[in-house]
Design a protein around this ligand. Structure first.
Ligand SMILES: Cc1cc2nc3c(=O)[nH]c(=O)nc-3n(C[C@H](O)[C@H](O)[C@H](O)COP(=O)(O)OP(=O)(O)OC[C@H]3O[C@@H](n4cnc5c(N)ncnc54)[C@H](O)[C@@H]3O)c2cc1C
Length: 384
């Protein structure tokens, strides 16, 4: 059959881009179609923390594979990848208990982690407050990226070195399959054909297959983020995660003490209501990104999350961040929110409207970490 491509991918966020990367590795002829001039979704609004340490064992393995892929790509094109590790800073004896337990689990899983004493943390992370930090767990293999810059650089690399075709400013309004020929119909009336289509549309549920999304258990999460002004010569290397992250991330839920510690928490606190935990990451311009919060709505009601920023959340995050690290400046230069989709009952959403059209989305808060490894597995499955 005379198709233009072996594979069309709808959506050029991190999940679509890594599906493209792995299919190009198989020498397939691939097109990515993106409705915006460059990606504008979760992929350019996130922290850029690649942290398998925070994932359950299945996604930690995908994340470990992603680390290798990012490092390999960085050696070929400068993608903003920095290997400065991640640290979880504990603020009390319960969080110390959890990092010690996770350290043991990581030993069993053969994933490198190093327990740091309070003084080692304070020596390593300039400005870390001694009245907050009681100790830390450090993951030396983990990386940070500046996501917005990186995703465009990966596209350029895949175009120039692997023959990827990217159609920006092109919205796919319909996909069809007839006798094994898949067609993506664009808003300006073009028909682009392929043997297979993979739709990685993030949290966009209104254009393609809205009925499938409306009936699914997909939900969306809105996260508020802040970015300080550049911090001068101050340096804060790596991904800094703190006590509330220890109490939130999936990896810690595998610790023996986790449930008992969670049961004792105040369920009505401000941080619980808005799903807040405090993370820091220094960007290449020296500014520090601080976040984040989580508000949820079902996929079909995603507009209920609104378009505005809740200043009470921002003020709370700044107040908490100041208790953890004395930055040279907490003057904020940018505020934004990002939205990702996730399933309530599964770790990712996969659906086939027809034999050769695949929807893959709902990777949740683990997309920058898990997409590289997961997409390899998924491309191998789809093209097996
Ligand atoms: C604030 C925030 C912080 C986060 N921090 C981290 C982190 O530190 N580490 C981590 O691992 N994960 C993090 N995440 C999660 C991560 O960003 C997401 O899991 C990931 O970006 C999802 O990628 P995606 O490709 O599925 O979606 P998206 O990035 O939303 O991409 C989907 C793309 O599809 C396009 N599209 C949709 N429909 C169409 C159509 N019909 N035609 C053409 N194009 C279409 C959209 O324009 C968009 O570019 C964070 C998320 C947020 C919001």
């Amino acid at each position: 059959m005379n198709t233009q491509y072996d594979l069309i991918i709808v959506g050029s966020g991190i999940l679509g881009t890594f599906h493209a990367y792995h299919s190009l590795q198989k020498n397939l002829k691939v097109a990515v179609i993106e409705r915006n001039s460059v990606p504008q979704g979760a992929t350019v609004r996130n922290f850029g923390q690649v942290v398998p340490s925070g994932m359950d064992i299945k996604w930690q393995n995908f994340g470990k594979e992603s680390l290798s892929i990012y490092k390999e790509l960085q050696s070929k094109a400068d993608l903003t990848v920095r290997q400065n590790g991640s640290v979880y800073i504990a603020s009390n004896h319960e969080e110390i208990q959890l990092i010690e337990e996770l350290h043991q689990i990581n030993k069993t899983n053969d994933y490198e982690s190093v327990l740091l004493s309070k003084s080692e943390c304070i020596q390593k992370f300039d400005g870390l407050r001694s009245d907050y930090c009681k100790g830390g767990l450090f993951f030396p293999q983990e990386i940070s990226v500046d996501s917005g810059e990186m995703i465009v650089k990966i596209h350029q690399y895949l175009k120039s070195q692997h023959g990827l075709d990217i159609y920006y400013n092109t919205t796919v309004v319909e996909t069809t399959e007839n006798n094994g020929l898949c067609t993506a119909i664009t808003a300006d009336g073009r028909k682009i054909t392929a043997s297979k289509i993979i739709i990685c549309g993030g949290h966009e549920f209104k254009t393609l297959y809205p009925e499938i999304f409306n009936e699914s258990d997909l939900e969306v999460s809105k996260l508020q983020m802040l970015q300080t002004k550049p911090q001068g010569i101050y340096s804060l290397p790596g991904n800094i995660l703190t006590g509330l992250s220890i109490r939130r991330y999936e990896s810690f839920s595998e610790c023996a003490s986790f449930q008992q510690i969670k049961d004792a928490e105040d369920k009505n606190s401000f941080e619980k209501k808005f799903g807040i935990h405090i993370l820091f990451k220094q960007a290449l311009d020296g500014s520090v990104i601080i976040g984040d919060s989580h508000e949820y709505a079902d996929a079909k009601n995603s507009d209920d999350l609104g378009y505005d920023l809740n200043m009470d959340i921002d003020e709370f995050m700044i107040k908490e961040a100041k208790k953890i690290i004395d930055l040279p400046t907490y003057e904020i230069q940018r505020r934004w929110f990002g939205i990702y989709s996730q399933c309530k009952t599964k770790d990712i959403f996969e659906h086939q409207p027809s034999a050769n059209i695949h929807i893959v989305t709902g990777i949740g808060g683990k997309g920058m970490t898990g997409s590289g490894g997961f997409s390899k597995f998924n491309i191998n499955t789809i093209f097996s």
